[in-house]
Write a protein that binds this ligand. Structure first.
Ligand SMILES: C[S@@+](CC[C@H](N)C(=O)[O-])C[C@H]1O[C@@H](n2cnc3c(N)ncnc32)[C@H](O)[C@@H]1O
Length: 372
């Protein structure tokens, strides 16, 4: 069967650009800012969102409570209503190339409360114009045993783009081929050596361990997410100098990753423990840096943690903040090749074509729900 990508307008256009030695308008050099700014606020999510300008945020890392009573903050009389309020504002503050990654499981409903990722996604189908780009399965080896059902070993991350021009930098998160595969591919004359060197698409199944009790990364929060997971999201879905928002910040892991990756950030949580957890995160970061991690060959970019009363000085309030995301950062590398997930002859299709192919957006760019 012919490869669908051969008929893909995005692929054809990218091929001609490549042949002409030109870059797509979305091509970026690594332009980390000289200094990044980070706000840490102890506030309810809705209060923080209210303060933020429209179209000002590139990525929202969103790991909400699920009403399963893991802690005092995890109890809601009407979960769906509560979600609806912050989701509406989250969509408003995202830049047109912006993304939101929502963590959750599909198995909480009926456990103790009334909310799970299905509740959120079904609400969005009816009430949001954002586009589901991927449902990422985060698969981990450890977990509880079970006797009445298969033991659960995954959680989901629903990644939505605000528009079809969502930003996606696949190259920043490719995985290297193992030595034997790489050697074989480099001998294969049909493949471009530079594509082989770039590595493979990590796919939408991420095999990453959860943090166990003894993990050095642990700072004491019951639902702390691993740095590797947050790092992959920040690298692929935001660009250096843009702002990443996490309004259920927990341990402040998003702030740490933003610092390391040259993004600005805003983290907030109702729990004042955020400040203490974040101090530990930054201590861990400095310890790894002092041990000579290759992550910081030139050291992490200098960063400033803004005092809460200086929130208005955050770059998110500068007039061009959202515009930068809008004008300079239209859709970036995705992929269309549906034969081998590992190697693409060309790696920069126009993403909306893929979405349309999958029936996720109508040609008008609306989700099926939104265009009804
Ligand atoms: C699942 S945890 C987030 C963990 C975080 N992703 C991490 O890896 O460290 C959810 C967090 O949301 C916070 N939270 C609950 N309700 C909130 C609200 N209305 N506004 C802001 N934060 C809230 C809780 O205090 C908790 O720290």
């Amino acid at each position: 069967m012919a490869n669908r990508s051969h008929f893909n307008a995005g692929h054809i256009a990218m091929n001609s650009l490549k042949k002409a030695g030109k870059n797509h308008s979305s091509h970026r050099a690594d332009d980390r800012p000289e200094k990044t700014f980070h706000s840490v606020l102890i506030k309810d999510c809705s209060e923080v969102l209210k303060q933020l300008p429209d179209n000002s945020i590139q990525l929202i890392v969103c790991d909400p409570p699920y009403n399963i009573q893991v802690a005092h903050w995890d109890q809601f009389p009407n979960y769906r209503e509560w979600v609806a309020a912050w989701l509406k504002d989250a969509e408003r503050v995202l830049s047109p190339t912006g993304n939101i990654a929502i963590f959750g499981g599909l198995q909480y409903q009926g456990e103790a409360g009334s909310g799970d990722l299905v509740t959120i996604i079904s609400h969005m189908r009816e009430h949001s114009n954002m586009l589901l780009a991927n449902l990422i399965v985060w698969n981990y080896p450890q977990g509880m045993s079970a006797h009445r059902f298969f033991a659960n070993r995954h959680e989901e991350i629903a990644w939505f783009g605000k528009t079809s021009s969502y930003y996606f930098d696949l190259d920043s998160v490719r995985e290297p081929f193992d030595d034997a595969t790489k050697a074989a591919y480099l001998k294969d004359k049909r493949l471009r050596p530079e594509s082989v060197e770039k590595g493979k698409n990590p796919t939408n199944v991420w095999r990453i361990s959860r943090l166990n009790g003894n993990s050095l990364e642990r700072v004491g929060h019951p639902t702390q997410k691993p740095q590797t997971v947050i790092q992959r999201l920040v690298r692929a879905l935001s660009f250096p100098g843009s702002t990443v928002l996490d309004f259920f910040a927990g341990t402040g892991i998003t702030t740490r990753v933003a610092i390391e990756e040259g993004r600005h950030s805003i983290a907030s949580d109702v729990d004042p423990g955020l400040r203490i957890y974040l101090d530990k995160q930054l201590e861990n970061m400095r310890a790894i840096q002092a041990a000579g991690s290759s992550l910081f060959e030139a050291g992490p970019p200098p960063y400033v943690i803004l005092e809460a009363q200086r929130f208005s000085e955050h770059p998110v309030f500068t007039p061009d903040c959202g515009a930068r995301g809008r004008n300079d950062r239209t859709s970036l590398p995705g992929e269309e090749n549906d034969s081998e997930e590992t190697l693409e002859p060309v790696s920069e299709p126009v993403i909306v074509d893929r979405m349309t192919d999958l029936g996720l957006v109508s040609p008008t760019g609306k989700t099926p729900a939104a265009s009804r």
